[in-house]
Design a protein around this ligand. Structure first.
Ligand code: FE2
Length: 683
C-alpha cells in the first residue's frame, strides 16, 4: 500500500494514520525521559499486518478532557533511526487510553515505539513486529495463550515466554502472541474475605467500584468496574512486559463480559437477567485496553469507543438462531464486532471467532435437564446430543420424549433450533473465510475447546458405585464449550471435508489444560473421520480441573480424577480417564504402574486425542511452514507465586506435536516428541 492510499483510507476511517518515512531516517529529537509512573499500564501493540500496526498506551492526566501525546517508531531501541512520529490524542472519555495506527512499515520487521507527553515524560519502550507479506514463504511462528488470573495466580508463563524469545535465534523468535480470551477475570475475590482457593493465594486487586457480590466473588456492574479490572490485570509486571515485548492479537472469551453470560444476558444462581448496558461497558473496556482492529458500531476512529445508549429491557423473543430480537440486545451486542481474520505470510490465515456474543443459551444449563441429574460426574452422550440437536436431531426426527436409564421427560428441545455458539452471520462468515482461504494452514482461533472430553463409564467395574450408569455408552464432561456443540461443529467440519480443505487446524484456550488431537465430527461408536488438527493450550495461570480435584471430598469415583499416594504429590489420573478410559485410570490409581494402566486402554474412548493434561499451565507455540505444522506445549510448574528467577521458574515438560501437510481426504497424523521433562500421564 502506498502512502497516499494508506493516509486516505486512514482518514476515511477517521483514524490518525501515521506513515513511516523510509528515506529520511533520523535520530529522535523528542525530549523523552522514561517515567513509568505517568504511564502506569505501560505500552502494547496489536493486530499487525504487513505494513501497519496499532500502538497503545495509557497516560492518565489530572485535568481536561483531551490531551495529546507524541508517538515515535524506530528501527532501534535507542531511537537513532526513527521512521515515524506523530501526535496522537488521548481522551478522558477513553479512560486516558491512547491508540495510534502506524503504516508504511516494512513487512516482517521488528520496530520499537514509545509515547511522550508535552512535559517530556515518556512511556517505556515497546517492541513490535509487522506481519510477513501474504506471498512470503517464510514459516510463521507464534504463541497462543489464554486465562491469566492475577487474582489467583502468577504470570510466570509470560516471563518464560519472554526469556526464551530473547535467547532464540532470529528464525525461532515469535511473530506475535495470540490471546484466546480470559485476558481478565471479572470475578474477583477479596483476600480479606477469601484468602485461599484450592492451592492458590488470593492476591489483592483492589475493590471493584460499584461491584456486585456473587457468592465469594465481586463482579463489575458498570464501565468503571471493568476498567478497574483491566488495569489490575495489566498492572501485573509480567503481563505488562509481555505486552511491551510482543504484538498481541486478542479475542475475548466469557470472562471479558460475564462468567456465565451470553449475548447481553447474565446468569447468577440460575436467575437470568438482561444486561445490555453491562455488555456495552464490557465491550468498551475491552476496546480501550486491548489494541486491535475490531469494528465498533460508532465508526472507525481510534480515539474513543463511542458507546451506544441502551436500556435493560426484557429480552423475550428469540430468532431462529436463538438470538434475542429485543432492540437493546441487538444494539449492545452490535456495539463491537470482534470476529476477524489476519493473514501471516503464505502459510497462515488466522480466523478468530467470538463464541459468546451470538451464542444461544446453552441448553445443557436449562432447568429442564435437572431431571436427568445423576451421581456420575459425566452426562450420557446421547442426552447431550438430543438437547444439542433440537429439532434437527436425527435428521429432523427428534424424539418426543427423552429417556435416559429409568428416567423420562418430554423433549423440551424438539421444536427449537439446534444449538449455536457462532450465530448465523458469524457462521456464514467463518465458512466463507475457511473455504476461500489460500493459505497453507487455515488456523481457526476457536476460543473454546473443540476436542471431546469424555470417558467410558459403561466400563466401570460392577459394585464401585451405588447407582448403575444410566447412559447407553459414553459419558461427556460438561459440554460447556464447542465440543458440546455437536451439530454446529459437524457443520463446520463437514464444510472442511466437502470443500476438500487441507491444513485445517483449530486452536483454543478456556479449558485450563493442554490437549492435542484431531478435529473430527464424530467418535465411536458413530465413527472416526478427522478433517484436521486441534490443540488447546493450558491456562497461563488460572486453576484447572485437576487442581480442583485435589480438593474434592472422597467419593467412589475420586480415583478417576486424582491419585493421592502417601508421600507423593497428587497425580492427575483424570488425564488417563479422558484419554484411555476408566479402567486405565483405576489401574493407575491402584498400582501407580503406568505400563499396566496403558495396557487396559479402551481405544474407542479417545481416538481423537494424542495428549491431555488437565493439570498443565503455560503456553503453546505454533510453527507453520510449507510442509508441516508443529505445536509445542511449554508447561510450567503450578504458578502459585511469582517466580524468583528471570526464566519464570522451572518447566514441567516441553512436548512437540508435528504433522505433515496432508492431502484432502486423507487423515492427518501427529507425531509426538517429549523434548523436556515428564508428561507420563498425558501421553
Ligand atoms: Fe479461563
Amino acid at each position: 500500500m502506498d502512502r497516499r492510499r494508506f493516509l486516505a483510507s486512514a482518514a476515511s476511517l477517521g483514524i490518525i494514520g501515521v506513515w513511516a518515512t523510509r528515506s529520511a531516517v533520523v535520530s529522535s529529537r523528542v525530549v523523552w525521559r522514561e517515567d513509568r509512573a505517568s504511564f502506569p499500564q505501560g505500552v502494547a501493540s496489536g493486530d499487525p499486518d504487513d505494513h501497519s500496526v496499532v500502538l497503545w498506551t495509557r497516560r492518565p492526566f489530572d485535568q481536561g478532557e483531551r490531551q495529546a501525546l507524541t508517538v515515535e517508531v524506530a528501527r532501534d531501541a535507542d531511537f537513532r533511526s526513527v521512521v515515524a512520529r506523530a501526535r496522537s490524542p488521548v481522551l478522558a472519555a477513553a479512560d486516558w487510553t491512547c491508540r495510534a495506527l502506524v503504516g508504511g512499515l516494512l513487512p516482517a520487521t521488528t520496530y520499537w515505539y514509545r509515547f511522550t507527553d508535552d512535559s517530556g515524560a515518556g512511556s517505556r519502550v515497546g517492541r513490535t513486529i509487522t506481519a510477513p507479506r501474504a506471498s512470503a514463504p517464510r514459516p510463521v511462528r507464534f504463541a497462543f495463550v489464554s486465562c491469566n488470573s492475577v487474582n489467583e495466580g502468577a504470570q510466570n508463563a509470560f516471563r518464560r515466554m519472554i526469556w526464551e524469545d530473547e535467547r532464540a535465534p532470529a528464525d525461532r523468535k515469535l511473530g506475535f502472541v495470540l490471546h484466546l480470551g480470559d485476558f481478565i477475570y471479572e470475578v474477583v475475590e477479596y483476600p480479606d474475605e477469601v484468602p485461599h482457593r484450592y492451592s492458590r493465594t488470593v492476591y489483592d486487586m483492589g475493590r471493584i467500584p460499584d461491584g456486585r457480590k456473587v457468592g465469594n466473588f465481586h463482579v463489575p456492574t458498570n464501565l468503571a468496574g471493568y476498567r478497574h479490572v483491566y488495569r489490575a490485570h495489566i498492572d501485573d509486571p509480567d503481563i505488562q512486559d509481555a505486552r511491551a515485548h510482543f504484538p498481541f492479537v486478542c479475542i475475548g472469551d466469557n470472562h471479558e463480559f460475564s462468567w456465565q453470560g451470553w449475548q447481553s444476558f447474565i446468569e447468577y444462581g440460575g436467575k437470568i437477567e438482561p444486561a445490555q448496558p453491562l455488555r456495552v461497558a464490557a465491550n468498551q473496556a475491552w476496546w480501550e485496553y486491548i489494541p486491535s482492529r475490531v469494528r465498533k458500531a460508532s465508526g472507525p476512529g481510534l480515539d474513543q469507543f463511542g458507546p451506544p445508549e441502551v436500556t435493560r429491557a426484557p429480552i423475550e423473543t428469540l430468532d431462529d438462531h436463538g438470538f434475542g430480537t429485543e432492540a437493546n440486545n441487538r444494539t449492545a451486542v452490535g456495539s463491537m464486532t470482534a470476529y476477524r481474520a489476519l493473514r501471516y505470510g503464505k502459510h497462515v490465515d488466522l480466523i478468530l471467532t467470538d463464541f459468546h456474543s451470538y451464542a444461544m443459551r446453552n441448553p445443557g444449563e436449562r432447568p429442564e435437564t435437572d431431571v436427568f441429574d445423576s451421581s456420575f460426574p459425566v452426562v450420557p452422550q446421547e442426552l447431550m446430543e438430543i438437547i444439542d440437536g433440537g429439532k434437527e436431531y436425527a435428521g429432523g426426527n427428534p424424539p418426543a420424549t427423552i429417556t435416559i436409564g429409568d428416567k423420562s421427560a418430554p423433549n423440551f428441545r424438539k421444536d427449537e433450533p439446534a444449538y449455536t455458539m457462532l450465530g448465523r452471520e458469524q457462521k456464514t462468515w467463518l465458512k466463507e473465510r475457511l473455504t476461500r482461504s489460500t493459505a497453507t494452514w487455515k488456523i481457526w482461533g476457536a476460543t473454546n475447546g473443540t476436542l471431546d472430553m469424555r470417558t467410558d463409564p459403561q466400563n466401570l467395574p460392577a459394585g464401585l458405585t451405588k447407582d448403575k450408569w444410566p447412559g447407553k455408552d459414553f459419558g461427556a464432561f460438561g459440554g460447556g464449550d464447542f465440543s458440546g456443540a455437536f451439530s454446529e461443529r459437524a457443520e463446520i467440519y463437514d464444510t472442511v471435508r466437502d470443500h476438500k480443505l487441507s491444513g485445517f487446524v483449530t486452536i483454543s484456550g478456556d479449558r485450563h489444560s493442554f490437549w492435542a488431537g484431531y478435529a473430527t465430527p464424530k467418535l465411536p461408536p458413530a465413527g472416526f473421520d478427522p478433517v484436521g488438527l486441534s490443540f488447546i493450550t493450558g491456562s497461563i495461570s488460572a486453576p484447572g480441573l485437576a487442581e480442583a480435584a485435589e480438593y474434592y471430598k472422597d467419593f467412589p469415583l475420586l480415583p478417576l480424577f486424582v491419585r493421592k499416594a502417601p508421600d507423593a504429590a497428587p497425580e492427575a489420573t483424570i488425564n488417563l480417564t479422558i484419554k484411555h478410559g476408566v479402567r486405565a485410570a483405576l489401574e493407575y490409581a491402584a498400582s501407580g504402574d503406568i505400563a499396566k494402566a496403558r495396557a487396559v486402554t479402551n481405544p474407542d474412548v479417545a481416538p481423537h486425542l494424542e495428549f491431555v493434561d488437565m493439570a498443565g499451565h503455560g503456553y503453546a507455540v505454533v510453527s507453520a511452514g510449507p510442509d508441516a505444522i508443529d505445536t509445542e506445549f511449554i508447561c510450567i510448574v503450578r504458578p502459585i507465586t511469582r517466580a524468583a528467577t528471570p526464566d519464570g521458574g522451572p518447566l514441567r515438560y516441553r512436548v512437540s506435536h508435528r504433522a505433515r501437510l496432508w492431502r484432502p481426504g486423507t487423515p492427518p497424523k501427529l507425531e509426538q516428541q517429549v523434548l523436556e521433562g515428564d508428561a507420563k500421564l498425558s501421553v
